[in-house]
Write a new protein. Structure first.
Length: 99
C-alpha cells in the first residue's frame, strides 16, 4: 500500500484474545491484564513501532498499570474525549463498549 506521498506505509498489528481480556476484567485482575497486553506491545516494539494504541475500551481497565509496563508510549482513547467534554462543560456521559 502506498501513502499519498509515494511512500509505503509500514504497519504492524498484534491482536489480543478478547476472551482472555474479559477473563482478567471479570476477575478484577488489572496487573495480569496489563502484563498480558504489555507482551503484545513488546512485540510491536521489536517490530520497530514507535507508539502503541489500544483501540478497544475494555483493555483500558488496566491503563495505569499498562503505562507503567509499556516500552512504548500509549495512546489514551479517553483523554481527547475528556478534554472535549470539559470544553463543552458536559458532566455526564455514557460510553458504550463491550459487556
Amino acid at each position: 500500500m502506498k501513502h499519498a506521498r509515494g511512500r509505503a506505509l509500514n504497519l504492524v498489528m498484534a491482536h489480543a484474545e478478547t476472551s482472555r481480556v474479559f477473563e482478567y476484567v471479570r476477575a478484577g485482575d488489572r496487573n495480569n491484564l496489563a502484563q498480558y497486553l504489555a507482551s503484545f506491545i513488546h512485540r510491536l516494539k521489536s517490530a520497530l513501532a514507535e507508539i502503541a494504541a489500544i483501540p478497544a475500551i475494555t483493555p483500558h481497565f488496566c491503563l495505569r498499570e499498562l503505562v507503567a509496563l509499556s516500552p512504548l508510549p500509549l495512546v489514551d482513547i479517553f483523554e481527547p474525549l475528556a478534554q472535549e467534554l470539559a470544553k463543552r462543560s458536559i458532566r455526564r456521559v455514557a460510553v458504550f463498549g463491550t459487556k
